[in-house]
Write a protein that binds this ligand. Structure first.
Ligand code: ATP
Length: 123
């Protein structure tokens, strides 16, 4: 459906503000976000120590973004399901487990990229 609202820079800026406020709350309150953030900081520090190339930094940046995005969506789905269906339900379990599975796929991909970058520098 087309939007009938006129384009407004102010409302676009507000959308950014809402997005940043969502992320701020995510990093303040979600324990999994702390773990991902700590992992990202450690990887960036290791990257600085090993003086990665531009291509390698691209792989690291992509991996960190991929995992954080997956975790943000996983958290959204968890919160949504808790709101929609606070009682135990096998369908909810499947939906939540599937969302957690997406994070696992992203994290495994990031781990492979990390190993491809760092292992040759360690041997
Ligand atoms: N309403 C529900 N009905 C059925 N199963 C559920 C429900 N809520 C959670 N579960 C299941 O219980 C298990 C633990 O759920 P929980 O939400 O605590 O997951 P978690 O991965 O520990 O989450 P968190 O990110 O909060 O640490 C998961 O397998 C999840 O699918």
């Amino acid at each position: 459906m087309e939007s009938k609202e006129k384009f407004s820079l102010r409302s676009r800026l507000c959308s950014f503000r809402y997005a940043f406020s969502g992320l701020l709350r995510f990093f303040r309150t979600e324990h999994n976000a702390w773990i991902h953030l700590l992992a990202a900081v450690l990887v960036v520090l290791a990257g600085l120590v090993f003086r990665l190339t531009k291509g390698e930094w691209t792989g690291i940046a992509f991996s960190i973004g991929l995992v954080l995005c997956a975790e943000v969506f996983n958290t959204c789905i968890e919160k949504m399901m808790d709101l929609l269906s606070p009682v135990r339900d096998e369908r909810v379990k499947y939906i939540k487990d599937l969302a957690a599975g997406a994070v696992l796929v992203a994290a495994a991909t990031a781990a492979v990229i990390g190993l491809l970058i760092f292992i040759p520098r360690l041997i």
